[in-house]
Design a protein around this ligand. Structure first.
Ligand code: NIG
Ligand code: FE
Length: 422
C-alpha cells in the first residue's frame, strides 16, 4: 500500500548540507506550505507540489480516501517535521527512585545519594530482580508514550544490569522492542561501564567488563555501540580509554557520558578516540568542545537531567555561535522520567533562548548522525529515499513543535509509512 499526503503546511525537510553545520538556515531547511509526499514501502518516493500530486493521482477531496493501492490524506495546512530521534535513552530498567528528590533537596549530591544506597546501584538491584517480561512490558509502554510525542527512533542503553546475564537481557529487550512494527525503532548500546556493582572493586569490575561482558555482548551481536560513564568518582579517563579501545577493536562504535558534574577530562579522550557522541558535557571547556568538533564528535546535550536534578545549564547560545554540532536527547532514566523531545525543545527554546530551528535540527538530522536507522536508510530528514518517518503538527506553524511542553504538539505520526493519530 502506498500513501499520499497532500496540503502540508510549512515542511521542515533538512535536506541541504549546510556551510555552517551547527546552524541550519530557514531558507535552506523549510518548504513553503503546499507540498505533498508520496510514500511507498515505508520510504519517501516523491515530494512535490500538492496540486501536481492531486492531478497525477486524481485526488480532489479533503477526507481520507483509498484509490487502488493508494491511501490519500489531506494534512489541511498543518506543519510537517521529520520523525524525532532520541539519541540517548536508558529505556529499560525496573524500580522507582522517587524518594531521592527529597535527598537532593536536603543538599545531598549524586555521589552521596549513591553512597546511601540510591542511584544506579538501587536501580540495578530492582532490574536484576525483574523478569524479561516485566522489562519488555514497561519498555513497551514507554515506547508508546515516546511515539505520541513524535519519537520514531531511539538509542537504548543497557547499564542497569552490571553483570553478564542482566546486561545481555537489557540489550535483548531493547532490540526486541525495536522490532515491533508499531513502535519506534531502536539502536542498542552496551553501557556495562555505568557503575561498579556494590561489593566489587573498580579494577576487578573493569577486568570483568573486558573479559566477560564485552565478549558476551559481541557474541550476542545486538549492540551497535559501547558507552562509558566517564566522570570523576565513576570511570576514570584511563579506565574509559581501555574499555572504549577494546570495544572499538571488537567492532563497536563508541559513545561517552562526560563532564556531567565536573570537567573530568572526558572531552579530550572523546576527541582523541573520535567517538560518535560525547553526552551531558555540561562542564566541558570551549577549547575542548572545539577539539571534539574538529575530530567529528557530536555533543549530546540532555536538558532533562539538569532540569530534574536542579543543576545549571551550559550557555547554549555560545555553543551555537561557536558552530558546535550537537544533538538534544531525553536521557530518559529513573532520575529524569521524560520521553518527550518536544519538552526538550521547549526547555531550550523557552528557557535558554535557543532558535526553534537549531533545536529541531538537534533532534532530527543531527540526531540521525548519532543514531542511524537500522534499515541503513537516511532518517531525521524529509527527502526522497529517506525512511517515511514524519510528524504532522497540530498547528500551521512549525515552531509550535517546541511550545507545548505539557502535551504533545504532534497531531499524528507516520512511522515507516503507517499513520498514527495521537
Ligand atoms: O545519563 N549519569 C549517568 N547515567 C544516567 C543516570 C543514571 C541514574 O542516575 O540512574 C544519566 O544521567
Ligand atoms: Fe545517560
Amino acid at each position: 500500500m502506498r500513501t499520499l499526503l497532500v496540503d502540508a503546511g510549512p515542511m521542515v525537510h533538512f535536506t541541504h548540507s549546510f556551510a555552517n553545520p551547527g546552524s541550519p538556515r530557514i531558507e535552506d531547511s523549510i518548504y513553503a506550505a503546499g507540498k505533498g509526499i508520496l510514500i511507498d514501502d515505508g520510504r519517501i518516493v516523491k515530494i512535490e507540489d500538492s496540486y501536481v500530486l492531486r492531478e497525477e493521482y486524481s485526488y480532489h477531496g479533503d477526507e481520507p480516501a483509498v484509490i487502488d493501492d493508494l491511501r490519500m490524506r489531506s494534512l489541511g495546512g498543518n506543519a510537517v517535521i521529520p520523525g524525532l530521534i532520541d539519541a540517548h535513552t536508558h529505556l529499560v530498567w525496573s524500580g522507582d527512585r522517587s524518594q531521592e528528590v527529597r535527598w537532593r533537596q536536603e543538599g545531598k549530591t549524586y555521589a552521596e545519594i549513591s553512597q546511601l544506597g540510591g542511584g544506579i546501584s538501587h536501580t540495578t538491584s530492582a532490574t536484576r530482580g525483574a523478569t524479561k517480561d516485566d522489562l519488555y512490558r514497561s519498555g513497551y509502554s514507554r515506547m508508546r508514550t515516546a511515539l505520541t510525542s513524535g519519537t520514531t527512533h531511539m538509542e537504548v542503553k543497557s547499564g542497569y544490569g552490571l553483570d553478564v546475564e542482566t546486561e545481555l537481557k537489557l540489550i535483548e529487550v531493547g532490540h526486541q522492542l525495536g522490532q515491533v512494527n508499531h513502535l519506534p525503532t531502536t539502536d542498542c548500546t552496551w553501557l556495562g561501564a555505568h557503575d561498579v556493582p556494590s561489593q566489587m572493586k573498580m579494577e576487578d569490575y573493569v577486568d570483568e567488563l573486558l573479559s566477560q561482558q564485552l565478549p558476551a555482548v559481541i557474541e550476542q551481536g545486538l549492540a551497535r555501540s559501547a558507552d562509558v560513564f566517564c566522570e570523576p568518582g565513576w570511570f576514570s579517563v584511563e579506565h574509559s580509554e581501555r574499555i572504549l579501545k577494546e570495544s572499538q577493536s571488537e567492532g563497536l562504535a563508541l559513545r561517552m557520558h562526560i563532564d556531567e558534574f565536573s570537567n573530568g577530562g572526558g572531552g579530550e579522550l572523546a576527541a582523541e578516540l573520535a567517538v560518535q557522541t560525547a553526552d551531558h558535557s555540561y562542564h566541558t571547556p570551549m577549547d575542548v568542545r572545539q577539539d571534539m568538533q574538529e575530530a567529528g564528535v557530536l555533543t549530546g546535550f540532555l536538558p532533562g537531567t539538569p532540569y530534574a536534578m536542579g543543576d545549571a545549564w551550559p550557555s547554549m547560545n555560545s555553543i551555537v555561535e561557536h558552530g558546535i554540532d550537537f544533538t538534544l536527547a531525553t536521557d530518559f532514566n529513573p532520575n529524569c522520567q521524560t520521553l518527550s523531545l518536544p519538552f526538550m525543545g521547549s526547555l531550550m527554546v523557552q528557557r535558554c533562548g535557543m532558535n526553534p530551528l537549531d533545536s529541531l535540527y538537534a533532534v532530527t538530522a543531527q540526531a540521525a548522525r548519532s543514531s542511524p536507522h537500522p534499515s541503513g536508510n537516511p532518517h531525521g530528514r524529509l527527502s526522497v529515499g529517506s525512511v517515511a518517518n514524519i510528524n504532522i503538527l497540530d498547528s500551521p506553524h512549525w515552531e509550535s513543535w517546541a511550545l507545548k511542553p505539557s502535551h504533545t504538539p504532534i497531531h499524528s505520526t507516520v512511522l515507516e509509512g503507517e499513520f498514527f493519530t495521537h
